[in-house]
Every structure is written in C-alpha cells, then in structure tokens.
Design a protein around this ligand. Structure first.
Ligand SMILES: [Zn+2]
Length: 271
C-alpha cells in the first residue's frame, strides 16, 4: 500500500512539475540527459542564503599560499572550461558562471565543496594535503564539474518528484539541509569533467588519480581509529564532502587514468 502510494505520488508529481518547468537538461561534455525541475533562479537564491550563512560561521583564510594559490588555479581551470567549448564549437554563453572561491580555516576536515550558485569552498587542510598545484587543480576541476553539470539541481529534482506532494518546497530544502551527497554517477561524471578541464588548463590529469587514492588511503587509516560519534563525523554529516561517496576507489583511479590518456590524445593539438 505504501509503495503504491509513493509511486502514485511520484508519477503524479512528475506530471505536475512537467507542466510548470522544463524537466530535462543535458550535461555538457558527457551529453547525459538529466532530470531538472528546479529553475536556476530558485536554486541560486537558496544557495546564496546557505553559502553566506556558512561563510559567516567560518573563518576565511586570505593568505597568498592558500587563497591566492587556489584562485590562480581556479582561473586556469575556468579557462580550460572555456577552451573546451571553443574547441568543440559549442555555445559557452549558457555555461559561463560567476565562480567564487574561498578557503576556510577549518583544520578538522579534509574537504572541499561546490554549490549550485558556483561558489566553491576549500578547507585549508585539503590544500596542504594535496601538495601540488596539479592535485589542487584536480579538486577544482572536479568541483567545477559538479556545478557545470548542475548536479545539485538534479539531486533536488529527484527528491521533488518524491516529496512535492507530501511536503512543501521549503520543507524539502530544510529537510535536505541543502547539502546533499552526490550519487556515484555524479561523482564519476565530475571526475571525468575534471580530467577534461584540468588537461585543457595545462595540468597533468593523472595527478587526479594520485590524489584520490592518496585521500582514500588516508581516510581508511583514520577510520580505523575514529568512532562514529565523534565531532568529525557530526561535522561531516552536514557537508557534501567528496570523501564519503566513493565506495570504489580502485575503480575510480583506474577510470581517471584511462580518461587521462584518452583526453590527452584527443586534445593533443591544444595542450
Ligand atoms: Zn564530488
């Protein structure tokens, strides 16, 4: 009975939502069709709200060795994205975003995240952990990939089809805490986009594989000693962190290495 009601709601709400909004968009680069029921304006508004609240609660780092460094890398990746659209003769205007990058002084977490309004936050620790510019570029390309591919719109759209009739829209956002974990498909797509963009920006894409496997090893080591109820776990639960959604790290590295070769070959005249 419960299942029937849920699937009825799902079909009905998809139909209703389809009457009001365009329901599908295509991800650039991978050309995957995705469900998108959320107008850009809404998601930008609500993302801004959460973003500025978040910045208010956290110490921002302005040092050249942190913020200065990631800003330069961010600009290069943005140019890499633009280059992709030029090479493929695609219309970049639709995808030009006003990226904003910040570094927060949170020493407890190895993290970085991107929001749908093109705001990207790096934790200082992840910059130290990454060591090289190429590895920071791997994180940047991956995070910008999530934004460009509208992954947040997609996650919320899936939830809307289920919940729109039982909850109000504001309640859904509140319930989600806005920070949704990405699906494995989205993670993998962001990895691929990251490889393309960092390669075209002149970075070494195999460094992305090095970085993720280094991070995975570190997390496995730490997990052995941490209980589920410590502060770290509580903080992590509220963030869309890339460290909790990768159940197949070995495959991830293999994929990245394979894509790196393909992408380098495909764009060898442009890099
Ligand atoms: Zn991710």
């Amino acid at each position: 009975m419960f299942v029937k009601r849920r699937s009825f709601f799902k079909i009905f709400s998809t139909l209703i939502a389809g009457l009001f909004f365009p329901s599908c968009t295509t991800v650039p680069v991978t050309n995957r069709t995705q469900l998108n029921l959320v107008p850009d304006k809404w998601i930008r508004w609500i993302s801004d709200k959460y973003y500025y609240d978040y910045l208010d609660d956290n110490l921002i780092n302005h040092q050249e060795k942190y913020l200065g460094r990631v800003l330069k890398i961010g600009q290069r990746i943005e140019k890499g994205i633009e280059k992709y659209f030029e090479i493929e003769k695609l219309n970049f205007k639709k995808y030009r975003l006003d990226y904003e990058i910040n570094v927060v002084d949170d020493k407890r977490n190895l993290n970085a995240f991107a929001m749908a309004n093109a705001k990207i936050v790096f934790f200082r620790r992840i910059i130290d952990f990454a060591e090289t510019d190429d590895q920071i570029a791997a994180i940047m390309g991956h995070e910008m990939g999530h934004v460009l591919a509208k992954h947040m719109h997609e996650r919320i759209s899936h939830r809307l089809t289920w919940d729109i009739l039982t909850l109000g829209i504001a309640e859904i956002f509140a319930e989600l805490g806005f920070f949704l974990p990405w699906s494995r498909k989205q993670e993998s797509e962001a990895d691929y986009l990251g490889v393309v963009f960092m390669t075209l920006a002149g970075y070494e894409p195999t460094e992305a594989a090095m970085f993720w496997s280094k991070l995975d090893k570190y997390i496995k080591k730490v997990k052995k000693y941490k209980s589920k109820h410590d502060l770290l776990a509580r903080v992590k639960r509220n963030l869309p962190e890339f460290t909790s959604t990768h159940p197949f790290p070995e495959r991830r590295s293999k994929n990245i290495l394979k894509w790196s070769e393909e992408v380098k070959e495909k764009y060898k005249d442009y890099i």
